[in-house]
Design a protein around this ligand. Structure first.
Ligand code: ADP
Ligand code: MG
Length: 598
């Protein structure tokens, strides 16, 4: 059989161009990406072998090996994972399966460090090999196929690649990089490679090995000594899954590196929580709260970034059953001791253990948020904000010191990035609605920053005030200039500004807070109760009587536009305003629905 030439998909060619032209100043990330692919391939083999142990052939010990040849200027990364068939090699290394390439390219910032993170986030890590290599050779055989069905894939990283069938006795993938000038000097060095692997791949749960080298003195007088390979492989990473190690043995740097591996986020997380939970169902959870929203947070099908393991065997990414969707910004790992190894997504939805895990994860995340929120408020107001439901764990704010953002600013940061997502929880998670309500923050007539909690508001309520007042609007400026605020301003009654698109919908699920009703000032006749003095009430009644003929006329003229026209005391300077009948969609909601084409 002969060699076939294939053109790269247009997007790949574009990514290759970008990668080689914009990431050359941070070249070492190629190793992170290739080792991470090798580890993924081993995870996939382990998973498929659950149902078909023959796939292990006679090599059950999975590992990644890195070697180099300084004379030939080659660096080789080899794994005995799942490997690829010919079709898979063509599809996986010649096209980009995941959508969003255009987004990837549009998000490149020119900041090479940040851009290097994007590579992993958008599933184009393999192509980073071409940052350092002018030729890449992939030799691979898929587990379960005969040795004769090996494949060799070769490309110089320009317009096309070649594929040919080869004999390949060992299962898995060997990637040989022909390093170009600078890169050859930089990376063909055992010490350098080890330090990169330690930096990026320490938490990888299988052994990453390099051939041991020994110093050998020159044989004759004057001949220089040199390092020589011994033929023996040594494991250079920790090679144990990070979450299985005791907390006290894990440094903040290791937790952060693991987060960055999971999330492809360049910034450190705001907080994390690592717990072994025992009880009716046993599991280990390691959950992180990012400091930055991912690019796809608003995708309707964005899944929670939780990887599911069962007894340390990787089962699936994005296990959406493990967290409610309003917490989809969380990254982490869940390792269950009880679920069956062959658990499917469908089964997960029905499992009682999974429900318990999901509840436990939800409580844990809310607990982390509460701890951050508490650190943000100078004087803690609520005593009941710490999570005491999981007795197995005593810590609440681990990882708190690990971020450059000061403790008291973290919650504001979190809220700016994810507050709008959290609000979805009001409609989605009735059991935790009160806890979520306590985490909400708004700007108001008393605060320009989004920092007023419902409890703060209550504490400042006027004598005789019976409701928490709010107004929804497209943005802060629109909220502030609303004529409906006039009377409240005059009387010094605080009004919360709700300016997220989700607010209107979310408030449909939150009718009261701690016994006090929440009321939109854009709805119905706002009853200020005891706050309205007798004189005002009288004046309004008199005005209503006096203006009766005018009102009748207005009603007549506006009969197709307005349901009612009445005299109000809510305005101070403006002559008129629109309000919505109680129990009806507000202006803001109606506008949103119109925008959505409803
Ligand atoms: P991602 O890892 O996000 O899927 P990459 O560009 O890193 O994106 O890799 C593309 C695909 O190539 C992988 O999804 C996988 O199918 C395949 N692949 C890459 N490296 C290996 C490997 N060592 N063994 C098997 N398949 C691999
Ligand atoms: Mg990858």
């Amino acid at each position: 059989m002969s060699t076939q030439k294939h053109a790269f998909q247009a997007e790949v060619a574009q990514v290759l161009h970008l990668v080689t032209h914009s990431l050359y100043s941070n070249p070492e990330i190629f190793l992170r990406e290739l080792v991470s692919n090798a580890a993924d391939a081993c995870d996939k083999l382990r998973f498929e072998a659950l149902n078909n142990p023959a796939l292990y052939e006679d090599a059950p010990d999975l590992r990644v090996r890195i070697s180099f040849d300084a004379d030939a200027k080659t660096l080789t990364i080899e794994d005995n994972g799942i490997g690829m068939s010919q079709e898979e090699a063509i599809a996986n290394l010649g096209t980009i399966a995941k959508s969003g390439t255009r987004e990837f390219t549009s998000r490149l910032t020119g900041d090479q460090k940040a851009d290097a993170q994007l590579i992993g986030q958008f599933g184009v890590g393999f192509y980073s090999a071409f940052i350092v290599a002018d030729k890449v050779i992939v030799e691979t055989r898929r587990a379960g196929l005969p040795a004769s069905e090996g494949v060799r894939w070769i490309s110089q990283g320009t317009g096309d690649f070649e594929v040919e069938p080869i004999e390949h006795a060992e299962r898995g993938t060997r990637i040989t990089l022909h390093l170009q000038g600078d890169a050859a000097e930089q990376f063909l060095n055992g010490w350098k490679l080890k330090s990169i692997i330690n930096k990026y791949s320490d938490h990888i749960s299988l052994p990453v090995q390099m051939e041991k080298e020994e110093w050998k003195d020159g044989e004759k007088e004057g001949e220089p000594g040199r390092m020589v390979k011994t033929g023996e492989w040594e494991t250079i990473n920790q090679a144990s899954a990070l979450w299985t190690r005791p907390k006290k043995d894990i440094t903040d740097e290791q937790y952060i590196a693991f987060y960055q591996h999971l999330s492809h986020d360049f910034a450190p997380p705001l907080a994390w929580s690592h717990n072994k939970v025992e009880g009716s169902t046993e599991y280990t959870q390691l959950l992180y709260i990012p400091s930055k929203a991912p690019h796809d947070l608003w995708n309707r099908d964005k899944k929670a970034g939780i990887k599911l393991y069962v007894k340390r065997v990787f089962i699936m990414d994005e296990a959406e059953a493990l967290l409610p969707s309003y917490l989809r910004f969380v990254f982490g790992v869940l390792d269950s001791a009880d679920l069956p190894l062959n658990v499917s997504r469908e089964l997960l939805q029905e499992s009682r253990d999974v429900r318990a895990i999901r509840d436990g994860n939800t409580r844990r995340v809310l607990g982390m948020l509460e701890a951050m929120a508490q650190a943000a408020s100078a004087k803690p107001t609520d005593a009941d904000v710490t999570d005491v439901t999981d007795k197995s764990d005593a810590s609440k704010t681990e990882g708190a010191q690990a971020n450059a953002i000061p403790e008291e600013e973290k919650y504001a940061r979190f809220y700016a990035e994810f507050g709008a997502v959290l609000k979805e929880g009001l409609g989605e998670d009735f059991a935790n609605r009160d806890r979520i309500a306590k985490l909400l923050r708004y700007a108001s007539t008393a605060s320009d920053t989004v920092s007023v909690s419902l409890a703060d508001y209550k504490a400042r309520m006027k004598e005789g005030q019976k409701a928490i007042y709010y107004i929804t609007a497209d943005n802060l400026a629109a909220a502030k200039s609303s004529p409906q605020l006039e009377l409240f301003r005059k009387k010094g009654i605080e009004v919360l500004f709700m300016t997220d698109r989700v607010d209107e919908w979310a408030m449909g699920f939150l009718h009261e807070f701690d016994g006090t009703p929440l009321q939109s000032i854009a709805k119905g006749a706002v009853d200020l109760g005891d706050l309205q003095d007798e004189e005002e009430r009288k004046a309004a009644e008199e005005a209503a009587a006096q203006f009766k003929p005018v009102l009748e006329k207005l009603k007549q003229v506006l009969k197709d536009e307005a349901e009612d026209v009445r005299v109000t005391t809510r305005l101070v300077d403006s002559p008129a305003c629109l309000v919505v009948k109680d129990g009806q969609l507000s202006n803001q909601m109606a506008r949103l629905l119109r925008q959505a084409g409803q």
